[in-house]
Design a protein around this ligand. Structure first.
Ligand code: GLU
Length: 614
């Protein structure tokens, strides 16, 4: 069982009679809640919300957001989040969809407090198991005069519809059966005559939407057009005795004590009818909040073609973390005043409110990847259990992408499970998914680097100095290599690089007041020279160690590769630049040794016992 939100309101433990599980209910004092919710448009009481999917498809980005907003509203106010399966349309039910909904919601961390698989005091939570309840309620409406049986045959309704359509008029019903006496209606029904039950619409009231404010058209129950008086009088109970969505939805929300219905704007046209139904039952409707439509950058509604695809695409194909997708979905139409957009589910539970923006929400997937990198970094620094999953996925991706001999040569008997974590920690800020990570950091998975010819970073036109002598870079790299295995750490390398005297390496002579007008000028020249040198040194080391690929910093790279491999690469790079200089006149000035074409053996002499070969 999930730990209760310790946040806003205290909670009390209760044991569910159906499933015998322990659950928490809020026992917040209304004064506490009112004070806390004043500015957040949150209710002054624990909200009971629900997610009511139909198992006619899988969870996708839009429905995940709906589920999430309902979940967060319940958690933020210390209320309960329910899951209800609206499977009245059995013909459209997809086998296995219900199970997948459970799995996907749980993957996202949206565990329901009541619903299928966990039970609860207002079950059953699957509409197909509640048919008798809907029938009773439809009958109640007939008894109180707000609904009536309609025995019109399909033929009659068809020809009525045809006649209206030919006259260019919208569909409607002429209320023929509303005139039947109670006795006749009862009699025909008891004899088994096929019929539906229709709501006798008395009007469609306006309602106050949490997002859109006063909404609806306050329409009258009938329309008198050119030829007929027609009514909407929607069907509540079908001729097979099963409820329509409207009846089941309203009855369940009432019986399950739902206080807030947060759903997509596509349901907004149905809400006046739902409010009319609540009125017919003499029930208080819940608060409705319709969340805006998700559209792509060109304003098109998200569809299968532009990524409103089921969650599997994000989680399995794209390797998106649950935390990322939840964070991304939360920001779709919800505005907050926090400094950063990066939230875990637990953080969202603490800060969510009902400040939902109106109008279509543009889904920009760049944000998803920004969040993914941010969460990867969080997992890496916190050593979160997800980090272990990342390690095993990257290991698997590396094994898939690289031939075994290649991995063996770089790993040098280190297991991947040991090699990957420091690499992941060092470059988590760029993590999108395992295979892209391996691709981006491919130089860490091979000993065979393909380096382009070295091109200096320093602009030859800048002063001082015009060009960094290659020999000074070789010397600096050699100095960094002198660190013994026991001190081969990120800190040591960082210290050595920062404290390396770059100015002395390249300035012809120590800046003095003979050359410069003042001691300040001399210091300035020194600092500038050191900066230019360091820039070139980093550039050279990146070229040497990872063929200029972006990725972990230089000290981190040296540690991840290990001393032997780092030294081998530095040596290889030195040799390459030496050879290049011998072959052609390079724009960089070269060391005396390099210019004289020293042999590889002489070249490696400076490494002495530190050489990987020794
Ligand atoms: N069963 C509806 C759906 O599939 C639920 C609509 C509502 O939330 O009221 O989205």
């Amino acid at each position: 069982m999930r730990r209760p939100n310790p946040g806003l309101f205290p909670r009390r433990l209760w044991i569910c009679t159906q499933c015998s599980r322990a659950r928490y209910y809020s026992v917040a004092s209304s004064k506490t809640i009112r004070a806390a919710n004043k500015k957040t448009s949150l209710p002054d009481f624990p909200a009971r919300t629900r997610f009511a999917p139909s198992p006619t498809g899988y969870l996708h980005l839009g429905s995940l957001r709906t589920a999430l907003f309902n979940y967060l509203l319940a958690k933020r106010t210390g209320g309960q989040f329910l899951l209800r399966i609206e499977d009245t349309d059995q013909k459209r039910t997809i086998p296995g969809a219900e199970q997948r909904l459970y799995e996907d919601l749980q993957w996202a961390g949206l565990q329901w407090d009541e619903g299928p698989t966990v039970g609860g005091p207002h079950g059953p939570y699957r509409q197909s198991e509640r048919t008798a309840i809907y029938r009773t309620h439809a009958h109640d409406l007939i008894t109180n005069g707000h609904a009536y049986r309609c025995f019109c045959s399909a033929d009659r309704l068809d020809s009525f519809a045809r006649h209206r359509s030919q006259a260019g008029l919208p569909p409607g019903y002429d209320r023929k059966c509303a005139e039947l006496s109670t006795e006749e209606s009862e009699d025909r029904a008891s004899k088994g005559e096929a019929h539906v039950v229709r709501l006798k619409v008395e009007g469609y009231p306006m309602f106050e939407d949490i997002v859109y404010g006063k909404t609806g058209q306050n329409r009258s129950p009938n329309r008198l057009d050119l030829i007929d008086r027609v009514y909407d009088d929607p069907i509540l109970l079908k001729s097979d005795g099963h409820p329509t969505y409207h009846l089941a939805n309203v009855v369940d929300d009432h019986l399950m004590k739902i206080t807030h219905v947060i759903r997509g704007t596509e349901w907004m046209p149905s809400t006046p009818l739902h409010v009319a139904l609540y009125n017919a039952f003499k029930w208080t409707p819940p608060r409705f909040g319709h969340v805006p439509l998700l559209v792509d950058k060109s304003g098109q509604k998200l569809s299968k073609r532009n990524a409103d695809i089921d969650l599997t695409f994000f989680k399995d194909t794209q390797g998106v973390f649950a935390a990322t997708l939840v964070n991304f979905a939360a920001l779709l139409g919800w505005s907050h005043t926090q400094k950063s957009d990066i939230f875990s589910l637990e953080e969202l539970e603490q800060i969510f409110n009902l400040k939902i923006t109106r109008g279509n929400t543009v889904v920009a997937f760049e944000k998803l990847w920004f969040l993914q990198k941010a969460h990867a970094q969080r997992f890496a620094t916190k050593n979160d259990p997800v980090f272990e999953e990342m390690v095993s996925k990257v290991s698997k991706a590396a094994q898939e992408a690289c031939p075994t001999e290649q991995l063996v040569s770089i790993l040098q008997s280190r297991p991947l499970a040991e090699y990957i974590p420091p690499l992941l920690r060092a470059d988590a800020k760029s993590y999108t998914n395992a295979s892209e990570f391996v691709q981006r950091n491919s130089t860490f998975f091979t000993t065979a680097l393909t380096r382009p010819p070295y091109t200096p970073a320093a602009s030859p036109s800048k002063s001082p100095p015009q060009a960094i002598p290659m020999a000074t870079l070789h010397t600096a790299a050699a100095a960094l290599s002198l660190v013994p295995e026991s001190h081969w750490t990120i800190e040591t390398h960082k210290f050595n690089i920062t404290s390396y005297d770059g100015a002395s390496a390249i300035l012809p002579e120590e800046p003095t007041t003979d050359t410069y007008s003042s001691p300040e000028e001399a210091t300035k020249a020194r600092t500038a020279a050191d900066k230019t040198f360091k820039k070139e040194l980093y550039h050279y080391l990146r070229w040497a160690l990872s063929a200029s690929a972006p990725g972990p910093g230089i000290p981190e790279t040296m540690v991840i590769l290990g001393r032997a491999e780092a030294l081998r690469r530095l040596l290889e790079a030195r040799q390459m630049t030496t050879d290049m200089a011998n072959e052609s006149a390079s724009p960089t000035r070269l060391s005396k040794g390099a210019q004289s074409g020293e042999s590889q053996d002489a070249d490696t002499a400076w490494m002495g016992s530190l050489s990987p070969k020794s």
